[in-house]
Design a protein around this ligand. Sequence first.
Ligand code: CP
Length: 306
Amino acid sequence: GRHLLGLEGMTAAQIEPFLDLAASYALLSRSRTPPRDALRGRTLINLFFEDSTRTRTSFELAGKRLGADVINMTVATSSVNKGETLLDTAATLNAMRCDLLVVRHAQSGAPALLSRKVEASVVNAGDGMHEHPTQALLDAMTIRRHLGTLRGLTVAICGDVGHSRVARSNIHLLTAMGSKVRLVGPPTLVPAAMASLGNVEVFHDMEAGLRDVDVIMTLRLQRERMGAGLVPSAREFFRFYGVDRRRLVLAKPNALVMHPGPMNRGVEIASDVADSTQSVIQEQVEMGVAVRMAVLDRLSRMRVPA
Ligand code: CP
């Protein structure tokens, strides 16, 4: 459709065109010759109700590299602070005839709600604990560049899986593309019931979970989504679930180490592992721009001109 709200239910055939177009944009970005006219005359508004470094900046760059007019609405200094509701804010932006609305919100389902109220194409840039589809697409692209395919790979998603929209989008994408997914972490953060998400295995033992995997994805502790008293101590977490050298060797030789960011060194990942030759964390960021160019381009082509 004309929105990208999540990856749940999408097939490999629906996901692959985004990855293929993103791959061509990654090449063009490296040669510094992106087509500046794909979004010429279009307006993109970044509407971020939660903090972001990577996602907001890369949507801005992606829009500008394709020739769009890009507006960053800083929610912290907007009239949201004066009590304007999400839907009234959306109606206001709609009246300005924006074509693409990129939304991050603490509430799961907020982008889907907006998509029913505005004429713009809505892109979910992360909603609560629900989905972060462009993150999973950029992760998939990074894996494909190194390992050639997603089919048949074993991917361990480690740490605070339960609170993670990144994990949910990755579970949907990776299982659709034929990867095996392991969810690895303590029972408080990776409830055994998560196995019912389909085609995933739950491990509470880090050593067992990492054995012979092709890819290790690490996630930060999302303290903002934990109730008081449920936050594990950083030191204890690192001791039992941190990805350090000793644990890295349990995975396949040259297994990829990934992190969506922001990372907390010495909590979910050891600093030397984050900076090791197996780490593709900076490449994930680079692919983020290419993936967002592909998403904006494809969605804007699916829009019927007013
Ligand atoms: N990975 C990610 O979404 O990072 P930001 O929160 O910095 O956008």
